[in-house]
Structure formats: C-alpha cells, structure tokens
Write a protein that binds this ligand. Sequence first.
Ligand SMILES: CC(C)(COP(=O)(O)OP(=O)(O)OC[C@H]1O[C@@H](n2cnc3c(N)ncnc32)[C@H](O)[C@@H]1OP(=O)(O)O)[C@@H](O)C(=O)NCCC(=O)NCCS
Length: 187
Amino acid sequence: MTPSSLAASAKEEVCACLCVSVVKNMDNTMNRIAPDVKLGKDVKIYGYVNLYGCAIGDYTKIGAFVEIQKNARIGKNCKISSHTFICEGVSIEDNVFIGHNVTFINDLYPRATAEGDRLQTDDDWVCIPTRVKKGASIGSSTTLLCGITVGENAVVGAGSVVTKDVPPNSTVAGNPARILRRMEDKG
Ligand SMILES: CC(C)(COP(=O)(O)OP(=O)(O)OC[C@H]1O[C@@H](n2cnc3c(N)ncnc32)[C@H](O)[C@@H]1OP(=O)(O)O)[C@@H](O)C(=O)NCCC(=O)NCCS
C-alpha cells in the first residue's frame, strides 16, 4: 500500500466513523452505536461497546467492551457481560445470561481470501445461525460453535466449548461440552 492509498483509506475510516453516533456516557466512557441499531426500552449500555445492525430488547444490560454485529438479536431482560462477542446470525431470547468473554461463531471453516487472493466479502461465505433460548445461562469464556441451539433454562459451565445442541433444563461443561446433569437430576 502506498502512503497516498494509506491516507485515502484512513480518511474513509474517519468518514465511516462519522456515520455512527459516538455516545459519551456520564462516566466519560465512549460507545459506538450505529444508527441502524434497534434499542428497546431502558436498555443499559456500559462503556466502549460497538453495536451495529442489531436489535436489543427492553431492560437488557450490555457490559463494557461488548461487540454485537449486524443481524444479531437479543431479547428482553438479558445480561450480556463484559468482553463478549456476539456475531451476525446469533439470536438470544428473553431472560438469558451471557457471562464475560463469551465468543459466538458463525463460520466453521473461515478463510481470509477467496480465489485469486482477493479478500473475502459477504458474498463468499454463508452465515450459520445459533440460537440461545429463553432463560439459558452461558458461563464466562465459553465458545459456542455455530448451527447449535442452547435449550430453555440450560446452563453452560465456564470455559466450555459447545459443539452441539444443549438440551433444555440441562447443565453442560467442558471441551467439548458434555451433560453434567439435567434439572430433574437435582434432589
Ligand atoms: C457448571 C456449573 C454451573 C456447576 O454445575 P453443577 O451441576 O453444580 O456441577 P458441580 O459443581 O456439581 O460439578 C460437577 C462436575 O463438573 C465439574 N465442573 C464444574 N464446572 C465445570 C466447568 N465449568 N468446566 C468443566 N468442569 C466443570 C466439576 O469439577 C465436577 O467434576 P467431578 O464430578 O469430576 O468432581 C459451574 O461450575 C459453572 O461453571 N458456572 C458458570 C459460572 C460463570 O461463568 N459465571 C459467570 C459470571 S461470574
């Protein structure tokens, strides 16, 4: 890249940044919330988040350093803890707890480039959706592979790698995540 094309791309980036609202909070932290974000009633957003093209339901809390991409949907009364990444194609129902540093995935075989060494665009890959159903909890530092459903009220242990569907009312943990117990197992 030549210095002039570098300057041109830096300018583009500045222009792109000007198209989104940078919201200064009362505690002097910043958020980048694109105009296409649909925010419900009384959504609480902590500092340094990056939200674009997503929808967030009423009363949900979004912790610091969270990124939520386009076409992701978060329900009502959810808690999304700090440092979590929610990608395109993820759908989170109401009353869901997402711990810190949780990573969602939407492409099982990602590549930077397509044929001819050109960078991939949205047309070069297919987004695989993931669903987290009502009342589920995802422990901190969990990674969820795509194309799976975490069932209603299920609990995923901290540090898990979830590779397949989690049945409702069950607790799973580990890499790969395996069932520790089902709700009816509890005395
Ligand atoms: C999984 C969890 C919910 C406990 O579930 P539980 O059914 O009460 O499980 P237990 O504590 O009885 O442990 C059962 C077994 O699973 C193991 N285990 C518990 N949590 C585990 C985890 N996260 N990963 C791997 N194994 C785990 C225990 O060591 C135990 O193994 P053992 O039978 O060989 O001794 C809890 O450990 C957890 O990870 N919670 C998430 C906490 C979190 O991320 N909070 C975020 C906000 S701070």
